[in-house]
Design a protein around this ligand. Structure first.
Ligand SMILES: Cc1ncc(COP(=O)(O)O)c(C=O)c1O
Length: 366
């Protein structure tokens, strides 16, 4: 049932509609394209102190230790329980992809997804794009060993996470000798993180501290051989040590509280309002920082313009190689109240023609 439907005379209702429209047009533009949440002032100053501390360490300007600075690895063990002997510090997901790409194997890369990744992976070899099921089937039937890349939990743009059955299939592929990478950049915005001993995982601070953080880590299976380009291309020693000094249980909790949780709250507010208004998302809220909505009846750029006319900036699905005309709505730049306002706008669009529908997998994975 659509909230806020009025049982009034058509004239009163028309007058009220135009008043609401005028209000909406005058209202502040909401950015639903996924900007970074600002850091709290206390963390900004703590980070400055950590950089000064790191500068005073012996060898701060020396070449980074292959595989990563020991201080930072110890921090990651303490905070995220990473396996000490199966971890490599990286400059984030894109840095990992560039160093890890293997020209001797065809790479199966998910679509939709974050578009720089297939471009990076494809620069050094042959890639094939497809949805998860299609890629799993290709790998299961392949005679040669392949590489497979996907993002879970909470992938960009649709918030999808692997189901238990999909994780089992993926692990079987890794055991068969395929190189499997699970991009966990959205793990902070997900309910669960499945265990990952058989596969490579790639992690990043990008979705916590900002897209320019250029710091992350990869974990690898016990029998893996690390590409030299990966162990030799880690971030500057000073950068690794600054983060090692800065990250503590307290600073990490503050980062989560200030930069991650408000995004989850905004996504939940959006999803819950649409469940209430339109019966969407019955299986759960999904994960990640964004949702994908399928556009019918007009082009996606026209739909982006319709949102803009309502003071909402959204992204076209084409920016993420979405398989259908769609728009992506991301919540990292808005509050729960603002996400609710966006959901009311989506409700109006979904209840008219041209239309919007949720592009979301039938069952929620973990
Ligand atoms: C799926 C995915 N992977 C990786 C990234 C970026 O990670 P990094 O900054 O560590 O390269 C993004 C977005 O910024 C993303 O959506």
């Amino acid at each position: 049932m659509v909230r806020g439907s009025w049982r009034r005379s058509p004239i009163a209702s028309r007058r009220r509609c135009s008043a609401v429209r005028a209000l909406r047009t005058a209202s502040v533009m909401l950015d639903l394209t996924g900007p970074q949440r600002p850091w709290p002032a206390a963390l900004v100053s703590a980070f400055g102190d950590s950089q000064a501390n790191a500068l005073r360490t012996q060898g701060a300007w020396g070449p980074p230790r292959p595989g990563g600075d020991v201080r930072l690895i110890n921090r990651l063990v303490e905070l995220f329980d990473v396996p000490t002997d199966r971890v490599c510090i990286t400059s984030g997901v894109r840095g990992f992809a560039a160093a890890w790409a293997d020209s001797s194997r065809t790479m199966l890369v998910e679509a939709p997804g974050f578009t720089p990744l297939p471009a990076i992976l494809g620069a050094s070899g042959k890639i094939r794009r497809g949805d998860w099921n299609e890629l799993f089937t290709v790998a299961e039937e392949a005679e040669k060993r392949l590489s497979l890349w996907l993002t879970s939990p909470g992938r960009n743009p649709d918030g999808r996470s692997m189901s238990t059955a999909e994780s089992t299939r993926l692990r079987a592929l890794a055991r068969k000798g395929h190189h499997v990478v699970v991009n966990q950049v959205y793990r902070w915005h997900a309910a669960e993180l499945p265990s990952s001993i058989h596969v490579w995982t790639v992690n990043s601070l990008s979705k916590v501290s900002g897209g320019g953080s250029r710091l992350g880590w990869a974990t690898f299976p016990p029998d893996a051989t690390l590409p030299v380009a990966l162990t030799q291309s880690g971030p500057a020693t000073i950068w690794q040590r600054t983060w090692a000094d800065f990250l503590s249980p307290a600073t990490w909790q503050t980062l989560l509280r200030q930069c991650v949780e408000p995004t989850t709250e905004a996504r939940l507010a959006f999803v819950e309002r649409l469940r209430e208004n339109l019966g969407w998302y019955p299986d759960g809220a999904g994960d990640g920082v964004s949702v994908l909505l399928r556009v019918d009846g007009i082009s996606e750029s026209q739909m982006v313009e319709r949102f803009r006319a309502e003071s909402l900036r959204v992204s076209p699905g084409a920016s993420f190689d979405a398989p259908h005309p769609s728009v992506r709505i991301a919540f990292s730049g808005v509050s729960a109240e603002q996400a609710d306002r966006a959901a009311e706008c989506v409700t109006r669009f979904a209840s008219s023609l041209p239309s919007l529908t949720p592009d979301y997998p039938a069952s929620r994975g973990c």
